[in-house]
Design a protein. Structure first.
Length: 405
């Protein structure tokens, strides 16, 4: 979906090959049990509906839409329903940065201020006795810090510390400012910690989106379209979708079924001024599956290489030193973080099955994917239910690994 053309005019996304599950080592019996488990959640009112996919050895063995596309009265969920993928935007933008590294346009140890000068004056905020004190950074934020979330930049959604409250007050989540304005807004607020010392999930990838604009001379949407989305034929992925696709957009319950909180997600038909590198894309299961298959293939799909094999392996390695402080439920036990993905480092410790070396990320509204090179597998789970996202991330892994023969 070209973000500047009429999205409805986009060509259909080419489907990946499909196979009978048993021919690629997936148990039909256990797939039926997986389907039953999702249906129980739909029947309980946990989620309106889900789209799930499991692919192995280059072929899709499972691709199902279950339930409804939204609350009561909505049409059935379909395999081509559109989803706000939120933070599943981050791996795509991170890949874009690494393509510029491969082009020799930037280095991972470049200071961020080389591209966005406003970050040269940023201070570190230290909470002491209910007041904010400021310290100079011991070293600059680097591009690598942004990719692995060790920049010290914050997120208004991850806690209630003083810096996070400053982000919320400044409305850093607004969609009516440009990427340039957003970056300057972030640069005008303190860091949560010294760069490189802590893993804090953050707006770092939004800042990387602005770095792409500065280096490439294109808007983020144009760059992603030219370098990643079009080559992979992800024809329905973009920062907005056409008005005539409105009926295909999956919607959450207006009230969270577990917490009672009101749920309000952005309108994918609206064209935002800010093309959020951290969470702005809209996509479909088959579009994102093409991205996943490219990752599983080591950076290439249908004969088109997007990223070098060794560069991708480097991205999917743990980049957190033992000295880096990690205190977040978003980083499960037995995991580290690479350049745009979480990475499994231990066969045990986490509360779900998986292989060492698998890499993944998720979206705040209930989308999730992972790549398992050892099992030659990728899995994709799409829903629109923010409050249930962590429950489903654990459930889907347990169900999928039970299927693998």
């Amino acid at each position: 979906m070209n973000v500047h053309a009429t999205p409805s005019a986009a060509k259909a996304t080419p489907a990946l090959p499909e196979a009978r599950p048993e021919t690629i080592g997936l148990s039909p019996l256990r797939l039926a049990r997986m389907k039953d488990a999702y249906q129980r959640e739909i029947d309980k009112g946990t989620t309106p509906g889900v789209v799930t996919m499991v692919a192995r050895r280059g072929q899709i063995g499972w691709f199902e839409a279950q339930g409804s596309q939204g609350p009561a009265g909505s049409p059935p969920m379909t395999r081509d329903s559109l989803f706000r993928i939120f933070s599943m935007t981050k791996p795509i933008v991170s890949l874009g940065i690494m393509m510029l590294v491969e082009d020799g346009e930037l280095l991972l140890n470049d200071p961020l201020s080389k591209y966005i000068p406003e970050f040269a004056n940023q201070k570190v905020g230290i909470e002491r006795n209910g007041a904010m004190e400021y310290a100079l950074p011991v070293r600059p934020i680097t591009i690598q810090d942004l990719l692995r979330h060790t920049s010290g930049i914050a997120y208004e959604i991850t806690g209630v510390g003083m810096v996070q409250r400053m982000y919320a007050k400044a409305k850093t989540f607004r969609r009516d400012i440009t990427n340039e304005e957003h970056a300057k807004l972030i640069a005008g607020m303190p860091l949560m910690c010294q760069p490189g010392t802590e893993w804090n999930y953050s707006r770092s990838t939004d800042i990387l989106g602005r770095v792409i604009e500065v280096v490439s001379g294109k808007t983020l949407g144009e760059f992603l379209h030219t370098r990643i989305l079009t080559p992979l034929q992800m024809n329905e992925t973009g920062f907005h979708t056409a008005q005539d696709n409105k009926a295909r957009i999956a919607q959450p319950f207006p009230t969270d079924p577990w917490t009672g909180d009101k749920v309000a997600l952005f309108d994918p038909v609206e064209i935002p001024k800010m093309e959020s590198g951290g969470g702005g894309l809209v996509s479909t299961a088959m579009d994102y599956a093409r991205f996943c298959q490219m990752l599983l293939n080591g950076g290439e799909l249908d004969g088109h290489r997007v990223i070098g094999r060794t560069t991708l392996a480097f991205m999917a390695s743990n980049h957190l030193a033992a000295s880096v402080k990690v205190e977040s439920h978003l980083m499960p036990p037995g995991h580290g973080f690479g350049l745009g993905f979480a990475v499994r480092t231990d066969a045990g410790l986490a509360p779900y099955a998986g292989s060492v070396g698998q890499f993944f990320w998720s979206g705040v509204a209930g989308t999730f994917f992972w790549i398992d090179p050892k099992e030659e597998l990728f899995a994709l789970f799409l829903s629109q239910g923010p409050g249930q996202r962590e429950y489903f991330r654990t459930l889907v892994r347990s169900l999928v690994y039970a299927v693998v023969e």
